[in-house]
Ligand binder design. Structure first.
Ligand SMILES: NC(=O)c1ccc[n+]([C@@H]2O[C@H](COP(=O)([O-])OP(=O)(O)OC[C@H]3O[C@@H](n4cnc5c(N)ncnc54)[C@H](OP(=O)(O)O)[C@@H]3O)[C@@H](O)[C@H]2O)c1
Length: 375
């Protein structure tokens, strides 16, 4: 049986990714995580791209826990995972998996969340769900901790009272990390987003497919197309989410609807075009903003420099702006190309370019920041 090893020094997708996609080692620190006064936690979908990142982020942030359950499908049951120098065995997910669990981090897809999320809540577990299953449910907070922490202030772990909290879509999180500080100052009336989304957003198998296809194309062989139904290497295409009757795909509509819910602003106008690009990890987004109040680019740059979880990379002289590679395995969302939109009068519009690691801030890190607020 294959084993996975995830620790602070060897974190992320070990056994799933080629060495060059793994992050570099981090310095040794004394661990404070395993402690009697921490919550009991469960990671659902632990063998996947996000699940592995959950373990990495838990370790990096010294998230306290008294026990941790590793859950996946029957396929992976019995697989061994080394986490923080202890061996764990992956268990098959069942409703009973949540007995005695305070916090469950879900990343096994929407159908699994729909089936097992409510079962966990019934057992008193607070579920932080990475899928889209509950995001638009009015009773479920949709939270980016830097943006709308107040939406979940009534929920705490370990009270015996279960609850669901949804993690927004990865593209929404990355976009709003940059757009929200500007929105707070000048109020966004309209936002136009174009995304350049990485393979990792479609899971570990998509990353493997991109790597395999790249090798196959270079060797003159026909590319293997299992996850995506067309050539991905040396190509780009409209996001693989289903296209709806209004012509938008589901990924694009998530950005529209989730922004309104997170900003608690049903009037904000959002439109998006979501594209898959042959990048292994980290999404990029071009974001055009129209404001109610004037906001010049220097003020916007200062606001972004001081925004939590945001770093500005905006060096016009050397043409250095954010790239997916530079933000891979990083917590912060990078913003650059900050400039006045010439097509709008006065200082009512800005263009920015944003990059963020969507497995990290777009998924696992955001969820664990939520979990930290439950303690
Ligand atoms: N990748 C991203 O950047 C990203 C960002 C935000 C949100 N998300 C969301 O997070 C979820 C997982 O995405 P991912 O990219 O990590 O996918 P992934 O790499 O394909 O991993 C899927 C995980 O789900 C588990 N799973 C599948 N069927 C299961 C079942 N019947 N019971 C229990 N576990 C099951 C798999 O376990 P086995 O090993 O047993 O198959 C695996 O651990 C999705 O809802 C996705 O939309 C992903």
């Amino acid at each position: 049986m294959a084993s996975l090893s995830v620790s602070r020094h060897n974190h992320l997708l070990s056994g799933l990714l080629p060495a060059r996609h793994k992050p570099t080692s981090r310095p040794t620190r004394v661990r404070m995580s395993l402690r009697d006064d921490g919550p009991s936690i469960a990671v659902v979908g632990v063998t996947g791209a996000v699940g592995q990142e959950f373990l990495s982020v838990l370790s990096d942030r010294d998230f306290p826990y008294r026990s941790i359950k590793m859950l996946a499908s029957q396929r992976s049951a019995g697989r061994r995972i080394n986490f923080e120098d202890r061996d764990y065995v992956v268990e098959e997910l069942t409703a009973d998996s949540f007995d005695g669990v305070d916090i469950a981090l879900f990343s096994a897809g929407g159908s699994i969340s729909k089936k097992f999320g409510p079962a966990a809540v019934d057992r008193g577990t607070v579920v932080v769900d990475n899928s889209s299953a509950f995001r638009m449910d009015e009773k479920v907070p949709l939270v980016i901790p830097e943006v709308n922490p107040e939406a979940m202030q009534h929920i705490k772990a370990g009270t015996g009272k279960g609850a669901l909290i949804a993690n927004p879509n990865c593209s929404t999180i990355i976009c709003l990390m940059a757009a929200t500080p500007l929105h707070r100052r000048a109020k966004v009336l309209r936002m136009v987003v174009s995304t350049y989304q990485a393979a990792s957003g479609a899971g570990a198998a998509a990353m493997e497919e991109l790597e395999l296809q790249t090798r196959e194309v270079l060797e003159g062989k026909p590319p293997t197309c299992k996850i995506f139904n067309r050539q991905y290497a040396f190509n780009l295409f409209s996001h693989n989410a289903s296209v709806l009757s209004n012509g938008y795909n589901e990924e694009e509509m998530k950005m529209v609807k989730e922004t309104r819910k997170i900003w608690n602003d049903k009037d904000v106008k959002v439109t998006a075009t979501c594209i898959r690009v042959p990048v292994m990890r980290a999404h990029a987004e071009s974001v055009n903003l129209q404001f109610e109040n004037p906001l010049d680019e220097d003020t916007a740059r200062d606001i972004l420099k001081n925004a939590p979880g945001v770093v500005v990379i905006d060096d016009r002289e050397s043409n250095h702006f954010p790239t997916p590679l530079e933000v891979s395995n990083k917590d912060d969302v990078a913003v650059g190309r900050i400039r006045q939109d010439l097509s709008q009068d006065g200082n009512q519009g800005l263009d920015i370019f944003v990059c963020g690691d969507q497995i990290r801030k777009g998924a696992a890190l955001n969820a664990i920041q939520i979990a930290e607020m439950l303690l």
